[in-house]
Design a protein around this ligand. Structure first.
Ligand code: PBG
Length: 332
């Protein structure tokens, strides 16, 4: 047989392979999620080996190291003291609360670092839900939509007042992007951008994160607001709304099990698409690598290349700093 067409010619050696590589990772692709708490020490997070709940000084140091490696942005998640959690989640708009203090400190110490903040009530709400919770006449828990949005607006304006560059609503209430845009503009924050969690699924992959913040719902689940994992068309509906309401970025979350959704959004919007490689995705790689069953670095790179190849412009990943380090030592 005469074989004239040979795809392997394009894989012959590292030089050729590097020339035809379609997708690559660089530190500028990443937003680095960081946990913080009010304590003086940095604490290990049992559910997320390798991640910490940072003290404020620890947070600044970690963010500085990441930014020095070329990572443009961090996103902050607070572990709030149980005594500050209430049904109304009032602590989320306390101007001298943990998050506003952290934003001011980061923007003062590292002015070019972009600070992204999470807009949702779960770390502050005694019920552990992203919205306000009431019991309806049938005795079922209900997550209030419009009442929650009023609180989210106060939270986002409070974060913007402290210096946040991008607010990222992860709550999945209907209409929150439009309401946040209006509230930010009315407060003089027209430069503050909105990164919407557009297609956020009701996912079991968030388990380790809820351990990190002790923010699991006290009762019920998040299925009345987060999306059904079996669905993709709903993501287009959420996208249309977020675009109409003025989102500056759209996000898919989780990433690895939703690569088709990343690709779908990429094909249907001119906005930047972000994807969140969440805590469960992180933990599975860490756990698999712990006893040497998989090669951690190789799997991290492959998982992130897959997310980028699917169409993500920006990746939120707990591995961001590792990747930036490999990029600089030319081992990526
Ligand atoms: C809650 C929020 C969650 C995550 C980010 N923001 C958890 C949830 O919706 O229950 C998950 C991130 C991760 O798992 O890494 N507003």
């Amino acid at each position: 047989m005469q074989q004239s067409i040979r795809p392997r010619r394009n894989r012959r050696n590292p030089a050729i392979r590097s020339m035809i590589k379609e997708t690559s990772l660089s530190p500028a692709d990443f937003i680095y999620p960081l946990f913080l708490h009010a304590g003086e020490a940095n604490e290990d997070i049992a559910s997320m080996p390798g991640c910490k709940r940072w003290s404020l000084p620890g947070l600044v140091q970690e963010a500085r190291e990441a930014h020095d490696l070329g990572i443009p942005a961090v996103v902050l998640f607070p572990a709030i003291d149980e005594s500050l959690k209430t049904q109304g989640a009032e602590e989320c708009y306390n101007p001298v609360g943990l998050i506003p203090e952290a934003i001011r400190l980061l923007k003062h110490e590292i002015p070019t670092l972009q600070v992204v903040t999470d807009v949702a009530l779960d770390p502050y709400n005694s019920e552990g839900h992203d919205g306000l919770v009431v019991e309806n006449a049938q005795g079922e828990l209900e997550i209030l939509n419009d009442e929650t949005i009023e609180v989210l607006c106060k939270q986002a304006v409070c974060q913007a007042d402290a210096g946040a560059d991008i607010v990222a609503p992860s709550d999945m209430m209907d209409g929150r992007v439009g309401a946040l845009r209006e509230a930010l503009d009315n407060a003089g924050h027209e430069k503050v951008a909105i990164m919407s969690y557009t297609a956020k699924y009701a996912s079991a992959y968030y388990g380790p994160f809820r351990g990190a913040l002790d923010s699991a719902p006290k009762a019920g689940d998040k299925k009345t607001y987060q999306m059904e994992p079996a669905n993709s068309r709903e993501a287009l509906r959420e996208l249309a709304l977020d675009e109409a309401e003025g989102a500056d970025y759209v996000m898919v979350k989780p990433a690895g099990a939703y690569l088709d959704i990343i690709s779908l959004l990429r094909d249907h919007t001119a906005l930047p698409v972000a994807a969140y490689q969440v805590s469960g995705e992180y933990l599975m790689i860490k756990a698999g690598a712990k006893d040497g069953w998989i090669n951690e670095k190789a799997v991290v790179i492959e998982s992130l290349l897959g997310i980028k190849r699917a169409g993500a412009d920006i990746i939120l990943s707990y591995f961001a700093k590792d990747v930036a380090t490999w990029y600089h030592d030319r081992s990526l």
